[in-house]
Design a protein around this ligand. Structure first.
Ligand code: CU
Length: 444
């Protein structure tokens, strides 16, 4: 992505607001296999030390017509670190299903019936092969956010730029190496606004090695943060480009109804939460990924310091903060140690606060999950965010991030000027331009 070719939202009078859209798919014949895998996942939850209480008891086989939250294993990475280079195969089937990540049922576009979609995990030097089948009635593509695709740009998955999209009912096998890239990123549909409806997932590439003296951790967990819109994104887009027509206008169109942490959020008083069941006195690497579409998200864990060690796939010098705010498509890895006594049950709120410029009736910007390392299942007692009392820590200041292994860029041999702007159309919609021109799509 693509910070970013065009804006789904934003009008002439708020050109400063940039919508970073990134988009995604999976297997038609897989529901039974998924159910079997789900059973395997359940049995391994304790060993993995992470579970999702709100969904773990569901029987996927009886409910395959609706979107499921992936099992805990989908969010635990690191077991493949250090393996010899190999080819890793994935099957993605993109389909439309109803889902209710925040308790509100809505049509979604998903991969393999899951939201978030399957995590792709590899080591630097591996080849990644993803067989994508499109069961939608529109074209789709999958984009691998941040990968360089040096020599394989036709597998970049950017519809209208490097491909025309996978036609309905057809498939494409993406096949590329991750030799020059490592770190935390994500994949998403990159056709129209499809990813806003759910076609997203984590993409984790372990580096061959870490810099000397780099911090270490006991477990490695993916935390996918998103905003959620109850309207289908195509509807929002048409209202936006048409300058309105629906009940919401302007900034309201880019104000989410709610959000989710690893596929579970809250709306209208619902009380299902993502649960990270951790062990006490351990250090966890949390790989925060903003897979949403417009609202920035402020992530924090009550009473816990967060030590940033990675920003957008670049390792950083450790920098300890009280919260991290992510814009769309940004990623941060933070270290968190489970050693706080403040809550009697040792259960703490993870908070994903959505930052929107205007209000939408009924919207919930206070999205939470629970991080547990005590013995009980009592909910955390904290109401308002207590921060990290007595620590003197501040929120992340991106200007203070320093690469762990700085590199000097080569000198430029030629300079080009490119002016980016987002401007309004007479009818109220907006387009982004480069040097005053709007991109003509490769295919329409
Ligand atoms: Cu992207």
């Amino acid at each position: 992505m693509d910070q970013s070719a065009y804006s789904r939202f934003g009008r002439a009078n708020h050109a400063r607001r940039r919508l970073n859209l990134c988009l995604r798919p999976t297997p038609v014949y897989l529901p039974l296999l998924l159910a079997l895998l789900a059973i395997a996942f359940v049995t391994s939850v304790d060993a993995r030390a992470v579970s999702y209480d709100s969904r773990d008891t569901r029987d996927l086989a009886s409910d395959e017509a609706t979107v499921a939250v992936p099992r805990a294993d989908n969010f635990v990475v690191g077991s493949i670190r250090g393996q010899p280079p190999t080819t890793r195969h994935f099957n993605f089937v993109v389909s439309q299903m109803n889902g209710s990540p925040d308790g509100f049922s809505k049509p979604m576009l998903v991969v393999n019936g899951l939201f978030p979609g399957p995590t792709i995990e590899a080591n630097q030097g591996d080849r990644i092969v993803v067989h994508v089948t499109n069961t939608l009635s529109t074209r789709t593509t999958i984009h691998w956010h941040g990968l360089y695709q040096n020599g394989t740009n036709y597998y970049d998955g950017t519809a209208g730029v490097t491909e025309c999209g996978i036609p309905p009912g057809q498939s494409l096998t993406y096949n590329f190496t991750v030799d020059d890239f490592s770190g935390t990123t994500w994949w998403h549909a990159h056709y129209d606004t499809q990813y806003t409806d759910g076609v997203t997932g984590a993409l984790i590439v372990h580096p061959r090695k870490y810099p000397r003296g780099f911090p270490t951790w006991d477990e490695d967990i993916v935390v996918e943060l998103t905003d959620i819109y109850h309207a289908f994104s195509a509807t929002i887009l048409s209202e936006y480009l048409g300058g309105g027509g629906g009940p919401l206008t302007g900034l309201q169109l880019e104000t989410p109804d709610s959000g989710a942490i690893n596929g579970i959020g809250q709306y209208n008083g619902s009380t299902k939460y993502t649960n990270l069941n951790l062990k006490p006195n351990k250090t966890y690497r949390l790989r925060l990924i903003h897979t949403g579409s417009a609202a920035a998200i402020r992530f924090s864990v009550d009473y816990h310091a967060l030590t940033v060690i990675e920003a957008d796939s670049t390792l950083t010098q450790p920098y300890t903060v009280s919260s991290v705010t992510l814009a769309v498509a940004q990623r941060y890895s933070v270290l968190l140690t489970t050693n706080q006594p403040a809550e009697p049950a040792r259960n703490y709120w993870m908070r994903a606060a959505l930052k929107s410029a205007v209000a939408v009736p009924g919207a919930n910007a206070d999205i939470r999950g629970i991080l547990r390392y005590g013995s009980g299942h009592a909910a955390p007692t904290a109401g308002a965010d207590p921060g990290v009392p007595g620590s003197g820590l501040a929120d992340l200041d991106v200007a203070k991030l320093v690469p762990a292994a700085p590199r000097t860029p080569p000198p430029a041999t030629k300079a080009y000027t490119v002016d980016f702007s987002i401007g309004g159309k007479p009818d109220g919609g907006a387009f982004a331009t480069m040097n005053g021109t709007v991109r003509s799509a490769l295919c329409s």
